[in-house]
Write a protein that binds this ligand. Structure first.
Ligand code: GBH
Length: 447
């Protein structure tokens, strides 16, 4: 059956500043915590850096033209905070400001809606050095100021803003596990404070954006963990819904429910963060939409224990993309929307990222025939269609990513693009998956 999407459905693609921009010399921008991590031996595969990446600052016109040729309707990109405020003081870097102004104008001329992420992990190193990064409330406040400023500068032309991207990655992975920048391994209490300050950062950013003076829409992006009933019995469906709330307790559940739920408080004991009066009013202020990054998920079954559910382990050999964390579970597109409505809210959801990492290679005809990615995308999109068909409020979808780019600790080895980037000479070549996506957009349907 032909799966038609709503007329105004927003088909997009996403990137982030550090992963594509390059132009990283001190004349261009300030240092970010990811520059510092890249310079630390052993942290990033093959010593990769963001110095050149996709050289997007110099090639943005070509990249916008590419999106236009694919029929993309909205482009989600992030602002490099250290490019705009290299000294973290009051004066913005005009070169950086010019760049984003020109990018936005180019998008508008191409008929592509700009969608701006304020913070996608490239924190100015100065804010790490001076305040301790996300372990400090001050940094959350600074993001609020940055949001107010960015809204004022760009909100006349960009109407959609995302506050922060994926709490888990810039708090827990940065200050708990220590794999991501700034690479710190702290106590559970400090990690939980970083988590809390991350939520506050979103809240202050939302406040700042609301006060910018332009009519814009704003919401958060989180990589919410999505729980799928392993067999769709009533018991399992209820159990997976509870798992969805409890397993996201430090992040989305706190934003949507305006508190830390009991199971989280209990599990963290003495390590609970300091919460000040009014924090949760800021954190849980109503958003215009919710952004979810969905790549994978977890199976759940009902269980006769305290929480009433059990998360099932993925057996070895479960279908997985080349990036080993991407266990293929397309129905997260459906269950995340359904549980969000049942637990929290019916405001629109934007899938702010979905995609998969492979080790794509060009064939003898200079083509990347990524039938694996086409398969993955088709499955996820068809479950997204099911959700929309059943009345869940999904307003748009951003494919991660426009082009192969700096994949954090994996460097340039794992490719997420629908467009192949040759990092030797910066040529961009649409893969088969780009043709597939373009066809989906053109027909506004899966056939
Ligand atoms: C998103 O993160 C990011 O927003 C984006 O910048 C990134 O390029 C994209 O996805 C692809 O990765 O310890 O085995 O779980 C997705 C969430 C969380 C995925 C951390 C990788 C580490 C591997 N990421 N995870 S593992």
């Amino acid at each position: 059956m032909r799966k038609q999407f709503p007329n105004d459905f927003l088909w997009g693609t996403a990137t982030s500043s550090f992963q594509i921009e390059g132009a990283a010399s001190p004349e261009e921008r300030g240092e970010s915590i990811w520059d510092r991590l890249c310079a630390t031996p052993g942290k990033v595969a093959n010593g990769a850096t963001g110095e050149v990446a996709c050289d997007h600052v110099n090639r943005y016109k070509e990249d916008v033209a590419l999106m236009k040729s694919l029929g993309v309707k909205s482009y989600r990109f992030s602002l490099s905070w250290p490019r705009l405020f290299p000294e973290c003081d009051k004066s913005a870097n005009t070169k950086g400001l010019d760049f984003y102004n020109r990018l936005i104008d180019e998008l508008l001329v191409a008929g592509i809606e700009p969608a701006i992420t304020l913070f996608h992990w490239d924190l100015p190193q100065r804010l790490e050095d001076e305040f301790g990064g996300w372990t400090s409330r001050e940094v959350a406040k600074r993001l609020g100021d940055f949001g107010a400023w960015a809204g004022k500068q760009f909100g006349d032309r960009a109407k959609r803003f995302f506050t922060t991207n994926e709490f888990y990655c810039f708090t827990e992975r940065g200050y708990g596990i220590g794999e991501f920048a700034p690479g710190r391994v702290e106590s559970d209490k400090v990690r939980n404070q970083a988590r809390h300050n991350g939520l506050l950062g979103h809240g202050y950013a939302l406040q700042g954006l609301r006060a910018c003076g332009h009519k814009i829409e704003a919401g958060v992006v989180d990589n919410v963990i999505t729980h799928v009933p392993v067999i769709e019995t009533e018991e399992n469906i209820a159990a997976a819904r509870e798992a969805f709330r409890h397993e996201n307790a430090p992040y989305m559940t706190a934003v949507m429910e305006g508190r830390y739920i009991e199971s989280y408080v209990e599990s963290q004991g003495d390590a609970m963060p300091e919460v000040q009066d009014g924090d949760f009013d800021i954190i849980s202020a109503p958003m215009d939409f919710i952004g979810y990054n969905l790549y994978t998920g977890e199976y759940v079954q009902a269980c006769d224990n305290k929480l009433g559910y059990e998360v099932l382990e993925m057996p070895e050999g479960y279908p997985t993309m080349k990036a080993p964390w991407i266990k293929i579970l397309p129905s997260v597109m459906y269950w995340s929307a359904r549980y969000t409505k049942e637990c929290w809210s019916d405001r629109p959801i934007y899938i702010a990222e979905n995609g998969c990492g492979q080790h794509d290679v060009m064939n003898g005809h200079a083509k990347v025939m990524d039938v694996d990615r086409v398969f993955y995308l088709r499955e996820y999109l068809s479950h997204m269609h099911r959700a929309i068909d059943e009345g869940y409020n999904i307003g748009g979808y951003y494919l991660w990513s426009l082009m192969d780019n700096f994949e954090w600790c994996d460097g340039y080895d794992t490719r997420f693009g629908m467009v192949y980037t040759d990092f030797e000479n910066q040529t961009r070549t649409p893969k088969l998956s780009a043709e597939f996506y373009s066809e989906v957009i053109r027909g506004n349907a899966l056939v």
